[in-house]
Structure formats: structure tokens, C-alpha cells
Design a protein around this ligand. Structure first.
Ligand SMILES: CCCCC/C=C/C(=O)SCCNC(=O)CCNC(=O)[C@H](O)C(C)(C)COP(=O)(O)OP(=O)(O)OC[C@H]1O[C@@H](n2cnc3c(N)ncnc32)[C@H](O)[C@@H]1OP(=O)(O)O
Length: 388
């Protein structure tokens, strides 16, 4: 007795059931069994605190993906808001394998359970255990949650798993007790952008469906940056390509090593701008400088990117980490509510606009991905004929 109604509802189609991310397991070490999955579904009912709609949607989508596979139901009408939100979230999981969805569900529930158990017991600013993401290392210390992209051997290219995990990590960071959130990369690259093997399924027949699912994934991914409520800082530890560059326009500050470069080779790849860069870049730089980057694919050095306003400050590589983290730790001592409210005041002026731009860019890209120009560029990279 005493379980809240949302936690005891069994039918995920009747209510947005809730699952979610996890903390204590090493994803590398174990895969969730059916038993773990069932235990997680039971655990959900024991949660005392409603985790909020976004998390419930994520749980719902992972549950559906784990049990039924990719979204297979017709899209609900625009006025059926809840069903549409559920459908969108499930669709965004694309072709995520059932086992991965099951694991992510178990992880998410585990993180919810551990955070509700430990609430009130954790000293502010105390270190927490890193969650068991597969493509990220997420830590929280000194008032800063650090989300580190962690596929160094692939230059931190963003595969589907990484897109999902970044969304989950941002969602968790928006609710934890940290004051500032940082995204950075492990290894010599910040990120080489979209993992081009995401497109390998394109050759296997259901091209339109894949393009559509990728557009939904991208829209949700960029939406998380638009809506992120706390100061979001990029610590650009090395070269950045594609979506890892365009999303910088949605960060609140961008600190870069002098070794980094900034490259958006969309025309070379037969693609078009995303991450709201078609709007943010001409505003941050100037329309013609944005053209050089977004249409002609001009690669900027860190100093050039700083002169254009895309980067806040550049540091020598030898002292980069030390200088940036010292500064961030000082900023993280500022009053959190003031920082959050100031961000809200700044961002609210154009939030609606940014979401509209994001939707438009994704729909244009959905078409681009089906073009010969794009398919040839991807095939050339994958067959080792071309590199940037
Ligand atoms: C679904 C949402 C879509 C959102 C739309 C997003 C669009 C974009 O982000 S467009 C940008 C896409 N990115 C690229 O085109 C970069 C492709 N990569 C390269 O050109 C090069 O790898 C490099 C210049 C980034 C680095 O060159 P190099 O230093 O010579 O290192 P390697 O090429 O040997 O890379 C090591 C290893 O990593 C793999 N890899 C690197 N980047 C990617 C990538 N973006 N996608 C897939 N794989 C990547 C590379 O293949 C090597 O793998 P192995 O051969 O297995 O070691």
C-alpha cells in the first residue's frame, strides 16, 4: 500500500509508464537478462517520487522497444498530445536492438531507485558514482556534472547509442544538484560528429523509414540542448566535426584548446546544416562567415572560431585542462538559482523559434539523407575512399 497511482499502472499504453537510466552497473560488464527487466518493472512501482513526464516517456519508449521492437503503430493525430509524445519518443529509438533497450530500461530504473534511496543523504558537491553508460563517462563533482564522450578510438563519433545516452545524461544533469553541466571528449578529438556507420542500414532497403527515424532522433537530441535549463559549457579538447560543432551555438560558453578545429562539411557530405546552426551561426558570426562554414565547409582554427564568436576563449593545449577546470569550479560556486534564472531569461526569448528551426532543419535533412549526393559521400567514407 502507499504506491502512487502512476507507479502501479501496468499497461504502458494507458499511462506513461516509467522506467529509466542507471548508475551502478558497468554496461561493458553485463547485459540485462529478462529477469533483470522484470525486476526493474517491479522496482518502478516502488518509486516514491514521480520522475516527471520526460523520464516517464523515456521509460515507456524503452519498454515498448524492449518488448515489441521498433515503433510499429500509426502516428497519432496532432491533437492527441499524450499519444503523440509517446509515439515520438518510441519512434526516436529507431532500430535500437531489443536487448539494448532492455538494458537501458534496467539502467534507468536503477538510477531512479538509487537516487531516490540516497536523496537527502548525499552531501552537496560530494562525488557520486559514475553511471554505467556505454559511450559516455558521466561524473559529478564540485558542483559540475561532466559528460565525457567516450569513444576515443572512433574519434568520439556519435552513434545512435551515444545520441540516446547524451539525452539521458542531460536529462539527469538537469535534475541533479550540480550547478553547471559540461560536455567534453575523451582522447584527441572532441567529436568527429555523426557516426557515418549510422547510415549503413540505409543500404538495406527501408531507407525512407531509417531517414525518418533519424530525423526524429536528431530533432529530440537537439531539442534537449535547446531546453537544457542550467549553464551548459563545452570544453572542446580537440577537433570537432559536424553536429558536435553546430550544437555549440546552443551552449552558454565554449572553451577550446588551441589544437581544436571546427569543421561542418555538410555540402561535402551531401547534407545540410542542423543543430539550429542555420539560425545561430549567421547570428553569432555574420551571414557570410556562416556561409563559409555551413555551405562551403571551411574548417576554422580555434582562434578563428573565437574571433567569429563561436568559441568563448582559447587556451594553450599544455594548460587547457588546468585553466578551464579552475575557472569552471569558481563559476560553480555562484548562486545556482540566479544562474538558472538568468539562462531562462536569455533562452526564453528564442526557445520557440529554435524549436521551429530544429524541426525545419530535420525535415530538410531527412530528404537529403535519401539523395545520391549523401549516399555517395557516406559510401566513399565507409569504403575508405574519402576522409575529410
Ligand atoms: C542521426 C543524426 C544525424 C545528425 C547529422 C549529423 C551530421 C554530421 O555530424 S556530419 C559530420 C560527419 N563526420 C564525418 O564525416 C567525419 C568522418 N571522419 C573522418 O573524416 C576522419 O575519421 C577524421 C578526419 C575525423 C579523423 O581522421 P584520422 O585522424 O585519420 O582518423 P581515422 O579516420 O583513422 O579515425 C579513427 C577511427 O575512427 C573512425 N571514425 C572517425 N570518425 C568517424 C565517423 N564520423 N563515423 C564513423 N567512424 C568514424 C574511423 O573510421 C576509424 O575507424 P577504424 O578504421 O575502425 O579504426
Amino acid at each position: 500500500h502507499g504506491s502512487p497511482a502512476w507507479a502501479t499502472e501496468r499497461d504502458p499504453l494507458q499511462v506513461i509508464n516509467f522506467p529509466v537510466v542507471q548508475l551502478h552497473m558497468s554496461l561493458m560488464a553485463m547485459r540485462a537478462s529478462q529477469k533483470d527487466f522484470e525486476n526493474a518493472m517491479n522496482q518502478v512501482k516502488l518509486l516514491k517520487k514521480d520522475p516527471g513526464n520526460e523520464v516517464k516517456l523515456k521509460l515507456y519508449a524503452l519498454y515498448k522497444q524492449a518488448t515489441e521492437g521498433p515503433c510499429n503503430t500509426p502516428k497519432p493525430g496532432v491533437f492527441d498530445l499524450i499519444s503523440k509524445a509517446k509515439w515520438d519518443t518510441w519512434s526516436a529509438l529507431g532500430s535500437l536492438p531489443k536487448e539494448t533497450a532492455r538494458q537501458n530500461y534496467v539502467d534507468l530504473v536503477s538510477s531512479l531507485s538509487s537516487s531516490s534511496k540516497s536523496s537527502g543523504q548525499v552531501e552537496p558537491g560530494a562525488d557520486r558514482k559514475p553511471p554505467g553508460y556505454e559511450t559516455l563517462v558521466v561524473t559529478s563533482e564540485d558542483g559540475i556534472t561532466k559528460i565525457m564522450l567516450n569513444r576515443p578510438t572512433k574519434k568520439n563519433a556519435m552513434n545512435r547509442q551515444m545520441y540516446h545516452e547524451i539525452m539521458l545524461a542531460l536529462e539527469a544533469a538537469s535534475k541533479d544538484d550540480s550547478r553547471i553541466t559540461v560536455i567534453t571528449g575523451n582522447g584527441d578529438y572532441y567529436s568527429s560528429g555523426n557516426d557515418l556507420t549510422n547510415f549503413t542500414d540505409m543500404a538495406s532497403g527501408k531507407v525512407e523509414e531509417l531517414a525518418k527515424n533519424s530525423a526524429i532522433l536528431l530533432r529530440n537530441f537537439v531539442g534537449c540542448f535547446i531546453d537544457f535549463p542550467k549553464p551548459l559549457v563545452a570544453v572542446v579538447n580537440g577537433p570537432a566535426v559536424g553536429i558536435s560543432v553546430t550544437t555549440l551555438g546552443l551552449f552558454d560558453a565554449v572553451y577550446s584548446t588551441d589544437r581544436a578545429t571546427f569543421h561542418t562539411p555538410f555540402s561535402h557530405l551531401g547534407q545540410s546544416p542542423e543543430g539550429c546552426s542555420s539560425y545561430t551561426f549567421p547570428r553569432i558570426m555574420s551571414p557570410s562567415k556562416a556561409t563559409e562554414m555551413l555551405i562551403f565547409g571551411k574548417k576554422l582554427t580555434a582562434r578563428e572560431a573565437c574571433a567569429q564568436g563561436l568559441v568563448t576563449e582559447v587556451f594553450p593545449d599544455s594548460t587547457f585542462q588546468k585553466e578551464v577546470w579552475t575557472r569552471l569550479k569558481a563559476y560553480a560556486k555562484l548562486p545556482p538559482n540566479a544562474m538558472r534564472i538568468s539562462k531562462e531569461v536569455i533562452r526564453n526569448k528564442e526557445k520557440e523559434k529554435l524549436h521551429a528551426i530544429n524541426a525545419e532543419e530535420c525535415s530538410v535533412l531527412q530528404e537529403r539523407w535519401l539523395s545520391d549526393e549523401c549516399m555517395n559521400a557516406v559510401m566513399n567514407f565507409l569504403s575508405r575512399k574519402a576522409k575529410l
